[in-house]
Ligand binder design. Structure first.
Ligand SMILES: [Zn+2]
Ligand SMILES: [Zn+2]
Length: 137
């Protein structure tokens, strides 16, 4: 575990600053620079303050708000970081066998079982659900 990893789940406790300009239709703020293809606002902003972003790195939102342009809510990560981030935060509804944790962060494959379609399910979460269902009766 690095410090980066620990950072993944923690949300900033300051309010977001939402971008009010153009977006790319997928919830990301965009700006057109010199007639070229649009650039993510967060990327522009980051580079203004911190200098060029290294190849292969992307600007990620610690706050999960893709329209947020507040610098202290942003951090640099790799693309694979980003998808792991999404799994951890539960943005992906189904977790396919390749995932390394359920959406509550229980590590796969240790806690996983697989159904006939190859979807991974979390034993820990299932057990918790069953307990809750029994308790409700
Ligand atoms: Zn934010
Ligand atoms: Zn789980």
């Amino acid at each position: 575990m690095t410090e980066e990893d620990n950072d993944l789940g923690s949300k900033p406790d300051t309010p977001c600053w939402e971008w009010r300009g153009a977006t790319d239709g997928r919830g990301y703020g965009k700006r057109w620079v010199g007639g070229k293809s649009p650039v993510k606002v967060t990327r522009l902003l980051w580079e203004q303050v911190n200098g060029p972003i290294p190849a292969g790195m992307v600007v990620m939102h610690r706050c999960d708000n893709t329209l947020c342009v507040r610098l202290d809510h942003l951090r640099l990560g790799t693309r694979s970081d980003n998808s792991r981030d999404m799994v951890l935060k539960g943005r992906q509804r189904k977790t396919y066998t390749k995932a390394d944790a359920c959406r509550h962060g229980h590590a796969y494959p240790d806690n996983a079982y697989y159904d006939s379609k190859g979807w991974a399910h979390c034993r820990v979460c299932d057990a918790a659900r069953h307990r809750a269902a029994r308790a409700a009766r």
